[in-house]
Design a protein around this ligand. Structure first.
Ligand code: GLU
Length: 427
């Protein structure tokens, strides 16, 4: 895999796109050159080679990354992605978004992100465990409950976090659950963490609907991506009374105007690993072009897959009134411009999907106390923190007369810049 992926279309380079978002907000804030220099670029980029013994006895060498973007407000925080398309620019972008995500929702963390170029769908359980453990072992000095705290992302889950925890604790000679979040409940995970990102998205959608005078119970929804974020968003939105009329995953997009049964689909994926073949078991039809899911006639669109899905090409054809960014970076700057011009209300990723890291924070706090809260407490805190962040971003967008994305960056940048200034320079 090349170091920096050659992008014939610069609109598709996630890090370049992230920097454009930063620049738009920095301009409104009139940041000084010193301020920009302190908070724009990643502080640390680590690349490692991971030799792993495969089940057939051969050795495969994978490439892994960890980027610590900023640590002014606290330890670096952010997930680890296992995906064949991982590249350093993507990890840099994801780490950058984590810095501002943590700042927008006001949890005391900086931003980081990691990734391994691999296809977890093609690895056996044993191979996956060896990739995970080798990754953590190679990076062991970087991580720590007060240094850098990973979590799940695309292609990783609670079991992978358990292997990370074990690798780290064995290395340090003590049990240190606060080194990762998104762990299984049995190992110091938090109630509500699995569905936290989705729950946070739904809090934002409910607030957005109120703000726009839309009756949430009368809305239709399309969801791109049926992993942790997409599937739980569907389930919780359905419980809110929305009608989910289309979902998609790697196998294709499936439409059902009468409304899909999200619970049935989640059970199906748990058994079959993907939605492939779901049309034979439900009233859904498989769409010819899965990308057309984004252009369906719906009230709410939740892109919950990967980056760069809504671009200048398809933005003119998006019909939703609300785009809730479940994924990180699903809309390119050119796509964003068009959505804004068309009056579509975009809830930006660094606000919309910040419920995951919010409950990660609550998990980390519980690990440090050694005392565990009931789900009720977690849900109350998550709801309060998400709604406060949403209101703050709306007010900022009204005060500065900017869209929600620029407003979210204004809130985040102000907090990171202030922390950075207060700390000053070490030497
Ligand atoms: N990977 C998630 C995200 O992109 C969660 C990060 C975390 O909990 O640290 O926000």
């Amino acid at each position: 895999m090349p170091e920096t992926v050659y992008c014939p279309n610069p609109d598709m380079n996630a890090f370049e796109n992230a920097l454009k978002q930063f620049d738009a907000a920095a301009k409104v804030l009139n940041l000084t050159q010193n301020q920009v220099a302190m908070i724009k670029d990643p502080r640390r980029i680590v690349e490692v080679k991971l030799p792993v013994r495969m089940d057939d006895g051969s050795i495969e060498v994978y490439k892994g990354y960890r980027v610590q973007h900023n640590i002014a407000r606290g330890p670096a925080k952010g997930g680890i992605r296992f995906h064949p398309d991982v590249n350093v620019d993507e990890v840099k972008a994801l780490a950058f978004w984590m810095t501002y995500k943590c700042a927008v929702v006001n949890v005391p963390f900086g931003g980081g992100k990691g990734g391994v170029i691999c296809d977890p769908m093609k690895l056996s359980n044993g191979e996956l465990e060896r990739v995970a453990r080798r990754y953590f072992a190679e990076m062991v000095d970087l991580f720590g409950p007060d240094k850098d705290i990973p979590a799940p992302d695309v292609g990783t889950n609670a079991q992978v976090m358990a292997w990370f925890l074990d690798t780290y604790s064995m290395h340090e000679g003590e049990y240190l659950p606060g080194v990762v979040t998104g762990k299984p409940l049995e190992l110091g995970g938090s109630a509500g963490r699995v569905e936290a990102t989705a729950q946070g998205i739904v809090h934002c959608i409910v607030e957005a609907a109120k703000h726009l005078n839309i009756d949430i119970k009368k809305t239709t929804v399309a969801i791109q991506g049926f992993g942790n974020v997409g599937s739980y968003s569907g389930k919780i939105l359905q419980a809110e009374g929305c009608k989910i009329i289309a979902v998609s995953d790697i196998s294709g997009a499936y439409q059902c105007d009468l409304g899909v049964d999200v619970k049935f689909m989640m059970d199906y994926v748990a058994k079959n690993r993907s939605l492939a073949g779901i049309e034979k078991h439900t009233k859904c039809t498989k769409m010819n072009d899965p990308q057309k899911l984004l252009e369906l006639e719906v009230d709410i669109l939740v892109p919950a897959a990967l980056e760069n899905q809504i671009t200048s090409k398809n933005a003119p054809d998006i019909k939703a009134r609300i785009v809730a960014e479940g994924a990180n970076g699903p809309v390119t700057p050119n796509g964003d411009k068009i959505l804004n011009e068309r009056g579509i209300f975009v809830i930006p990723d660094i606000l919309c999907n910040s419920g995951g890291v919010t409950v990660s924070y609550l998990e980390w706090v519980q690990n440090r106390m050694g005392y565990y809260w009931e789900n009720e407490q977690i849900q109350g805190d998550l709801s309060r923190m998400m709604r406060a962040a949403f209101r703050n971003v709306v007010e900022t967008s009204e005060r500065y007369k900017v869209n929600m994305r620029i407003a979210a960056f204004i809130v985040g940048i102000q907090r990171v810049a202030r922390a950075s200034e207060l700390r000053g320079l070490y030497a």
